[in-house]
Structures are given as C-alpha cells and as structure tokens.
Design a protein around this ligand. Structure first.
Ligand code: UTP
Length: 447
C-alpha cells in the first residue's frame, strides 16, 4: 500500500489522524504502519464505530427455555458411536483448533499451545491435541486433517513449535495453519488508537474471526477438496478434550445437525459460562451476565432451570461454516486500558480508556437450521488452563489430567497412588479401552 492509498482509505472512514506522525517516522516504521493500515477494511471500521455503545444481545431471555440435551446410554450410545466411527473411517472428519488468543490471564509469553502441561514430561498443550488426532486417525485408518487458527502475534512461534517437535508425529501435509484477523482498538468517540508514535494498537478479532479466516486462507476450500463433512472445534487450553469423539460426531450426524454442542452440568448455579437457550424457534448462546438471578436458580424440585453450560466443544457441518463465513457477525466490545499517544508522548492509562472488538463463534448458533446438544461429564473432558493460579490453572489442570488416567487405570484394577506422577501418551493409549488393553504393561513398567 502506498502513502496516498493509505491516506485515501483512512479519509473514507474518518481516521486521518492515524498518519499524524508520518513525518517523524523512519523508513522501516513507515513500512510497518502502511502494512498495518493495509489490513484494515474501512467497512469493519464503520461496523466498529456503529457498535460503540450498543449491547450485542437484543434477546429477551425471560422468554427462553432450556434446550433438550441428549444423555446417551445403552443402544442410543452404540448407535451414535457406530455413526461416528463410519464418518471417521471414511475420512470425512476434520479437527479445528482456535489458538489465536492472547492468554493474558495466564500471563505466559508465547502461544498458549506451547505452554508446558504434561505432568511428567512437561509436554506442551499442542502435544496432547496433536497426539490425540494422530491416535484417532491411526485407529480409524483415515487422516483427520488438523486446522490450527493462530494470530499474527503467535503464528510464527506456533509453527516453530510444531516444526521443532516433528509435528508431534502428524504428517505436515495434514496440518493447516491459518491466521485470524486483527482489529484496531478505538476510543469511545470512534477514533483508532495509536499505542506508539506511528503504530496502531491492534488485537485479534476473537474466536468468531475463525469464519472469515477459514474462507480467506483457503482452509474451507481445502476441507471441501478433502471431502470433509464434519468439523470438530475445540480450544487450545483444554488438554482433556476428547477430540473427534465418535459418539459426538455420530450424534451430530444422526441428528442431521448443522451445529452441535457438548454441554456439561454447571458446577454452581452462578458459574460464569455461556448457556444455550431456546428463544422462539431459535437456539442462542446466552452469557451468564444476561440471565436474571431467578433464571440461575433452582426450580421447586431442586433442579436448575438451566443446568448446562458450554465449554466450547462443537461439531460443525462444513457447508454451514461455508454459509456463515459469507456473513457479517455481531461485534462484542471489551473496555480496556490501552496505551495511547498524546502530544507526541505515550501515555499508560490507569483506567479503561478504549475498546477492543471481538466476534464470538457461538453467535452463529441461531442461524443453524438444526442444532443438537450432548451432555458429558465435566471431570472427564474439561479442565481449561485460563489463570496462572487458583481455579482453572495449570495446577488444577495437571491434577485433573492425572485423575482421569488414574480413574481409567483403576477400572483395569491398577491403582496408581496420588503421590506418583502419571502421564500417558495418547498414541500409546487414547482412551479407557486402550488403557485397559495396555494396563498390564503399564503395571509392569511401574513396579
Ligand atoms: P479465551 O476466551 O480464554 O481467551 O479463549 P484467551 O485469549 O486464550 O485468554 P485471555 O482471555 O486473554 O486470558 C478461548 C479460546 O479461543 C481462542 C483462544 O486461543 C482459546 O483457544 N481465541 C480467543 C482465539 O483463537 N482468538 C481470539 O481472538 C480469542
């Protein structure tokens, strides 16, 4: 992009001030600024300005109902597993990881996926995800292409982590990295914020940025070329997730669903999770902040009105993703402390002064012609690494990973004392069935 093109584009959306310090910039600083400006779409700037001061949710949650959530057992479980296994062996399933977040609560300097979580080996989060995909594809004799969304800030480090670890055993041909968009921060009056002289403050556009990024990068075309039908979506911070779980894939297929969600019972009535709700004839994801106190409470029979929350484990139909990728998504605003330039000097504010904009993937739920919900046990599949300490921290996650392996081994009669650290490579044993088959070997190793 040339200076003249940048000037014209910025004028078209009322952001001329971005070039205010042009004369003070070195050649390389000018190149960086032009590069930043070239990624900005004037339409998005107008959408951001329009979103300022508005709440995204227009839904009257008092009219909502809890969705019907399947709890699969016996013959229904077997049917779902068989349908999922058929999809997996036919090579129609892909895994899609969103790993573009900033991980600010964890405070780790690098992509969260590179964070060391293995209780014994210290292996990174990416290791557990990639090894599960490899194990699943070996079991079903068909590749599960792995699409990894990064951001501009962490893409190079993410790719390096995979390369340095030989893609954790996966064929690089089946791993597809793509980057999400970055959006500039804005003041309350809709001006783009410069966080340094000649440098725009930009942040990733949220996990909902996935749809536009899938399209832009060619990942959707790649899925089509490979004959993918079902896309298993998960987040980087949960090493307990059962990636491409056949029962979930099968349930999605049997329900002819476009967007399926795994849900788990809330740990307490006011747990801070999103909850799906049926409002009119559409399902929506409702944030805990949008619920009334009464809606969070128990009915007379002691059960919660809204028992289930979403840990962001989904299956999408590929055609649905393609359809939604062509549409605009609502913007969510976060009011944050953002450094800014005043009279040629950088100021670090003490209180929030500007907005970051994000899109959330679950905002496409109302657009699904059919949706399905499947219950699972939280302790088996969800223990995210969000905070540096306390709840949902590396410490609680490592403990939960080890408790799961211990429970599985205990079913095979092998008791591992809590004092003994334990870790199992998913390629060695992916699940309880594998662990029971290999249990005696483990026992011999330990003695
Ligand atoms: P979180 O909402 O936990 O955000 O992301 P985060 O950025 O990882 O952490 P904090 O809030 O700064 O502490 C949930 C999932 O969505 C991905 C994250 O990488 C994580 O897998 N995500 C989030 C993106 O891929 N892009 C984003 O812009 C935001």
């Amino acid at each position: 992009m040339t200076f003249a093109e940048a000037e014209k584009m910025l004028a078209s959306c009322g952001q001329e001030h971005v070039l205010e310090y042009w004369k003070n910039l070195s050649k390389s600083e000018r190149a960086v600024l032009l590069e930043q400006i070239s990624t900005i779409d004037p339409k998005s700037i107008k959408a951001c300005r329009a979103a300022l001061g508005k709440s995204v949710s227009q839904v009257d949650t008092s009219k909502g109902k809890a969705p019907k959530v399947a709890v699969l057992k016996g013959a229904a479980l077997k049917r779902a597993i068989a349908a999922g296994e058929k999809e997996l062996s036919s090579g129609r399933v892909a895994a899609l990881l969103v790993a573009g977040g900033q991980g600010s609560r964890l405070g780790y300097d690098g992509p969260k996926g590179c964070y060391s979580i293995g209780p014994v080996t210290g292996a990174p989060l990416f290791y557990f995800h990639a090894r599960k995909i490899l194990a699943r594809s070996i079991r079903y004799g068909a590749a599960i292409p792995f699409y990894v969304m990064t951001s501009e800030a962490n893409n190079a480090d993410t790719v390096r982590c995979f390369e340095e670890n030989d893609y954790f055993g996966l064929d690089p041909e089946n791993v597809f990295f793509f980057t999400q968009g970055m959006w500039p921060g804005m003041t309350e009056d809709g001006r783009i914020i410069l966080d340094k002289i000649g440098h725009i403050f930009m942040s990733p556009d949220g996990h909902g940025g996935l749809l536009a990024a899938l399209k832009r990068s060619g990942a959707l075309d790649d899925m089509k070329k490979r004959g993918i039908k079902s896309v298993f979506f998960f987040q980087v911070d949960n090493p307990l997730v059962e990636i491409a779980d056949p029962a979930f894939i099968g349930h999605h297929i049997l329900e002819k669903s476009e967007y399926s969600l795994k849900l788990c019972a809330k740990r307490d009535p006011f747990e801070k999770v999103g909850m799906p709700m049926l409002v009119g004839d559409r399902y929506r994801m409702v944030e805990y902040t949008e619920m009334t106190e009464e809606q969070c409470l128990r009915k007379k029979n002691g059960k919660l009105y809204y028992l289930y929350g979403s840990p962001a484990i989904h299956v999408f139909d590929r055609d649905f993703l393609a359809r939604e990728a062509a549409k605009a998504m609502p913007l969510h605003l976060a009011y944050k402390k953002i450094s800014y330039v005043k009279d040629g000097k950088v100021v670090k504010p003490d209180s929030p002064n500007g907005y970051k904009f994000e899109k959330f993937i679950f905002d496409v739920l109302p657009n699904a012609k059919r949706a399905a919900f499947l219950a699972f046990d939280q302790k088996d599949e969800f223990s995210p690494v969000k905070n540096a300490e306390g709840s949902d921290s590396p410490e609680t996650c490592r403990a939960d990973m080890q408790d799961k392996w211990r429970r599985q081994l205990a079913e095979g009669g092998i008791i591992v004392p809590p004092s003994l650290p334990i870790e199992i490579d998913p390629v060695y044993a992916l699940d309880k069935a594998d662990i029971l088959r290999t249990g005696l070997v483990l026992e011999a190793d330990m003695l």
